[in-house]
Design a protein around this ligand. Structure first.
Ligand SMILES: Cc1ncc(COP(=O)(O)O)c(C=O)c1O
Length: 402
């Protein structure tokens, strides 16, 4: 960000920003006018809310999730009573981790994973174990081997969570198949007996609603027996307006109580005004309309980025095509380092283009070295013109160095 500010011609394919032009300015103005035109609604929205969040938004969110997952009403798992509204899903990830883990505990993460989550672990002195990610989610054999190794070393009792960014993952764009979610949950249940406590599956669905092709995959909440072991983190940031930072969580009872206490200490409730805004967006159908428009927008931008990579990247560079989200994950020849101190990164900077070095996206796991030959490139924030120009610049640098 500093580099981008210092160099106005810099094209950032690094930041995970959403598309600026499609942010719902007109719709938000209309919704806010609706709230503030009525003294009663206006006063309620400008007053403190409650720690758990606005009751209407919790109900609408539960219904929205039920619809996405094709679950019939009423449902115990998708009940508003298990729902908490947060300041972005980021706050939920933080609180869940604080509620379930102590310093020295272990969280199993995807290799690579969402780097801000890795930072939460690091700041709490929590250890990470990375499990390799494949085209359709975690390598299950490696997950089982990790559990076996932890069992042999007597560390199983320290394992508290498995964290999966299951839809159009940040950073790889990979979506975890429903079968793999089920198999991962079964493994958690198998090993928690020896661990002596619950091991939760923390499913981060931040990008779920940014699907532009393919079929939606049901959340882990719909797996039978998931109600007491799956924690779902969701958000309205990505599919509606990133600046509102309204997120939510669906939690099993014991974790719900602990998280609600932490939330009380953090802020005793997220911004009431922004919750009312989202409530109205959902209730009026504006939210769903906007989601559909976004689909086309991101499909176009992803197509532009893919076309530019095919045109400009040397053939040694590989990538998987995402079905949603904001990212491509490019894998370079192993001998070509991409880290912040690498020739490649410096050459990219000199050519006024930024990417996220792959190594940043690997949590600290003392049992393996961090790969350093990958890059995350985002089509979210940059305009189509800048996507083309940025990829052309990156391609020229890659061709020179390979
Ligand atoms: C994987 C993932 N989870 C969660 C978040 C947090 O989003 P928010 O707090 O805006 O809901 C992000 C943001 O980029 C993300 O990439």
């Amino acid at each position: 960000m500093n580099a981008a500010l210092a160099h106005p011609h810099m094209i950032s394919l690094a930041a995970g920003f959403t598309d600026n032009e499609s942010l719902p300015v007109k719709e938000a103005r209309q919704l806010l006018n609706g709230i503030l035109n009525s003294p009663r609604a206006g006063q309620a929205a400008l007053q403190y809310g409650t720690t758990l969040g606005d009751a209407t938004l919790r109900r609408l969110t539960a219904e929205h999730m039920q619809k996405l997952d094709g679950v019939k009403l009423p449902s115990k798992v998708f009940s508003p009573d298990r729902m908490i509204i947060t300041s972005g899903s980021q706050q939920l990830l933080y609180m869940v981790t604080e509620a379930t883990c102590d310093a020295g505990d272990i969280v199993i993460v995807e290799d690579p994973t969402y780097f801000v989550y890795a930072s939460i672990l690091q700041s709490h002195g929590i250890q990470a174990r990375g499990v390799r990610l494949e085209r359709d989610g975690l390598n299950l054999a490696e997950l089982e081997k990790t559990f076996e190794r932890l069992k042999r070393s007597g560390e199983l009792k320290r394992v508290k969570l498995l964290y999966l960014v299951s839809y159009y993952q940040n950073p790889t764009g990979v979506t975890t198949s429903f079968e793999k979610k089920g198999a991962a949950l079964a493994l958690l249940k198998k090993y928690e007996r020896a661990a002596g406590h619950p091991i939760y599956l923390l499913e981060d669905g931040a990008y779920r609603e940014l699907r532009f092709t393919g079929e939606d995959v049901k959340s882990a909440l719909t797996i039978s027996g998931a109600s007491e072991r799956v924690i779902f983190a969701g958000t309205y940031s990505k599919p509606f307006a990133t600046g509102t930072r309204v997120g939510f969580g669906i939690l099993p009872g014991a974790v719900f109580t602990a998280v609600a206490r932490i939330k009380g200490n953090h802020d005793f409730g997220s911004s009431n005004l922004l919750q009312q805004l989202l409530s109205r967006a959902l209730a009026t159908g504006m939210y769903d309309k906007h989601r559909l428009a976004l689909r086309k927008r991101y499909a176009d931008k992803a197509r532009v980025m893919k076309g530019a990579m095919e045109q400009h990247f040397p053939p040694q560079v590989e990538w998987w095509e995402p079905e949603g989200g904001l990212y491509f994950w490019a894998r370079l020849p192993k001998s070509l380092a991409s880290g912040p101190k690498s020739k490649l990164f410096k050459a990219a900077l000199n050519n006024s283009v930024l990417y996220v070095p792959g190594a940043v996206c690997y949590a600290d796991d003392p049992t393996r070295r961090k790969p350093d030959h990958e890059m995350r490139i985002s089509f979210g924030g940059a305009s189509e013109k800048n996507i083309r120009a940025g990829i052309a610049r990156l391609g020229a640098v890659l061709k020179k160095l390979i």
